[in-house]
Design a protein. Structure first.
Lengths: 115, 109
């Protein structure tokens, strides 16, 4: 059973550069979520997809952030013109809701450091 | 803003003791409730889910839900040093998930 995978696991970039992260969900899962987590905090919701449709995006999310899930399988998260405040762990999770059951499983995360 | 509140800890318990972790949430429309364990530098791992009032047991873990009081708890029996981690409470309205900031648990040998 293959879990959620993310690539890269670590990314170091200079301020102002663009970065792109990839997430491959569990194969039968139709929902995919992106979160950001900083030290001492819980995961903060960024956006989520059901199949290829992006259903919601956090109002706190800058226009520099964009996400896609073009074929309803893998997803990418792009951050343009990175800032030092973007340094965080970016987590992807997937789920397959059935009634009230909507268990979400996380990938290993991508740790971003903006210098 | 839907809020999930947890005591940040650290909660220290001796090995073999029961650890009790608590969580309150603000949205009465919350449908499902989860506990995740997160080791330092790692991603959250789902350990328990609960959907209806009462207790749910899985091995050494028991989740308790009281929707009237908007309260979820996690009991860890026979705590082991390997249980030392941050425990995140999460609730969902079926669409989005809302996480607390976690309680750090230290189990001392």
């Amino acid at each position: 059973d293959t879990g959620v995978s993310q690539d890269p696991r670590h990314k170091i970039t200079k301020r102002g550069q663009n970065v792109t992260f990839r997430c491959d969900p569990i194969s039968e899962h139709n929902r995919l979520y992106w979160y950001r987590q900083t030290l001492g905090q819980g995961p903060e919701f960024l956006t989520y997809f059901q199949n290829e449709a992006q259903l919601e995006k956090s109002r706190l999310l800058s226009d520099r952030f964009s996400a896609e899930r073009p074929k309803g399988s893998f997803s990418t998260l792009e951050i343009q013109r990175t800032e030092q405040g973007d340094s965080a762990m970016y987590l992807c999770a997937s789920s397959f809701p059935r009634g009230v059951i909507n268990e979400q499983f996380f990938g290993p995360g991508t740790r971003l450091t903006v210098l | 803003q839907k809020e999930v509140e947890q005591n940040s800890g650290p909660l220290s318990v001796p090995e073999g003791a029961i650890a009790s972790l608590n969580c309150t949430y603000s949205d009465r429309g919350s449908q499902s409730f989860f506990w995740y364990r997160q080791y330092s530098g790692k991603s959250p791992e789902l350990i328990m889910s609960i959907y209806s009032n009462g207790d749910k047991e899985d091995g050494r873990f028991t989740a308790q839900l009281n929707k009237a009081s908007q309260y979820v708890s996690l009991l860890i029996r026979d705590s082991q040093p390997s249980d030392s981690a941050t425990y995140l409470c999460a609730v969902t309205d079926f669409n989005k998930f809302y996480f607390g900031s976690g309680t750090k648990l230290n189990v001392k040998p």
